[in-house]
Design a binder for this molecule. Structure first.
Ligand code: SF4
Ligand code: SF4
Length: 372
């Protein structure tokens, strides 16, 4: 086997893959069912995978349901993203004591294996790494995690109701950046995975598993299933120059209309796999001989986020929603050369007000005389 080659592993081979990765020192992270959602967490064995669970999602709604089959990856994005492992929600930057010497916490050393990364999330990892790698003061925790990353992507055949990765060019097939890519196949021939090798590291891991060759028909069927998934996405980003539409809409009264529905709860930024903003907090104890500095995720929907001397710059919900959408879909290009949105749909499913950025962009586009 070499890079670009494909093979088949049987269903049991997926459990073996987790074992092989763990035996080689990886901390394996993948999907698990918990509290009525598919979350991403440590996997000690294949027994913990969400076998037979699917997802129903629509604006403001996310539900798991029992499927008729034993599919492992037939669920679209859940509330958590891989961001939490690359850019932790909260981390201690340093602590100090009476001698005022700064101690920085030990960083995790074990390499991470990410199992079940969909095309949209693979793109999100690339976007996030580009942002963090260029950021001044980048924390060593995220860099250490990225250094040992082993990515097992999944070509999506079961898109959800809020997915629109096809229209963002990030899915349903996984793009570049994976070590191995799986396509799950369940039919009268059994339950198995087509595996594509993306790197030498992937080749080495696959060589430790029992594989069989993939007949051309199997390859064609798997590709067709992924292509068909693109036509079953719940929605699409309007086919307009989104960057220009948002830039032209800066003074639109529509921001106020959206703000009349938006709760400024920040859910959309917390679930977004590319939102990266943080805030810094300094803590002391009552004795005065211990202090800590922490970094935590922050959101442009927080009033304090735009605090300068004298008060917050973005006091209204309209200003804060405009900041989020404009950055994500327009000015992100100026900063990072790419869109800040990969079409995962999380912000739509987890918005308590059912605000859907694809719908809002279509309205802005119509307002500026450029309907989709
Ligand atoms: S758009 Fe939705 S998720 Fe985002 S802050 Fe407003 S109400 Fe919350
Ligand atoms: S803006 Fe929404 S759809 Fe786009 S990447 Fe973020 S959470 Fe996903």
């Amino acid at each position: 086997m070499s890079i670009g080659d494909t093979a088949i592993i049987e269903r049991a081979g997926l459990d073996d893959l987790i074992e092989v990765l763990r035996a080689r020192g990886f901390r394996v992270i993948g999907p698990r069912l918990r509290d009525g959602a598919i979350v991403l967490d440590d996997l000690e064995s294949g027994q913990e995978l969400p076998v037979g669970w699917g997802i129903e999602s629509s604006p403001g709604r996310y539900r798991v349901f029992r499927r008729a089959d034993e599919a492992v990856f037939a669920h679209s994005a859940g509330p958590g993203s891989w961001k939490q492992f690359l850019h932790p929600p909260r981390r201690k930057v340093w602590q100090t004591g009476p001698d005022l010497s700064l101690q920085t916490p030990d960083e995790p050393r074990e390499p991470l294996a990410l199992l079940g990364v969909r095309g949209c999330d693979l793109a999100a990892i690339a976007v996030l790494c580009r942002v963090l790698d260029g950021a001044e003061g980048q924390g060593p925790a995220s860099a250490a995690a990225r250094r040992g990353l082993f990515v097992i992507a999944v070509n999506c055949t079961e898109p959800g109701g809020v997915c629109f990765c096809a229209s963002m060019g990030t899915g349903p097939a996984a793009g570049a950046g994976y070590d191995l890519a799986l396509t799950e196949r369940i039919d009268e021939s059994g339950h198995r995975f087509l595996v594509e090798v993306g790197s030498a590291a992937g080749e080495a891991i696959l060589s430790a598993l029992v594989t069989r060759s993939a007949p051309p028909a199997e390859l064609a069927d798997a590709r067709a299933a992924v292509t068909a998934a693109a036509d079953r996405m719940g929605r699409a980003m309007p086919d307009v120059d989104v960057r220009a539409v948002i830039a032209e809409s800066r003074e639109s009264p529509r921001w106020d209309e959206i703000a009349s529905r938006c709760l400024t709860c920040a859910n959309c930024t917390m679930v977004c796999p590319t939102c990266f903003c943080t805030s810094t907090e300094d803590l002391t104890d009552l004795t005065g001989d211990h202090a800590e500095r922490w970094e935590r995720w922050a959101s442009c929907f927080e009033l304090d986020f735009s605090y300068l001397h004298g008060g917050s710059v973005r006091r209204s919900g309209a200003a804060r929603y405009r900041q989020w959408l404009s950055h994500k879909l327009s000015t992100w290009y100026d900063q990072f050369g790419t869109s800040g949105c990969v079409g995962c749909g999380r912000c739509i499913a987890w918005c308590p007000a059912s605000i859907d950025l694809t719908v809002e962009v279509a309205r802005f586009a119509a307002d500026v005389g450029n309907p989709p």
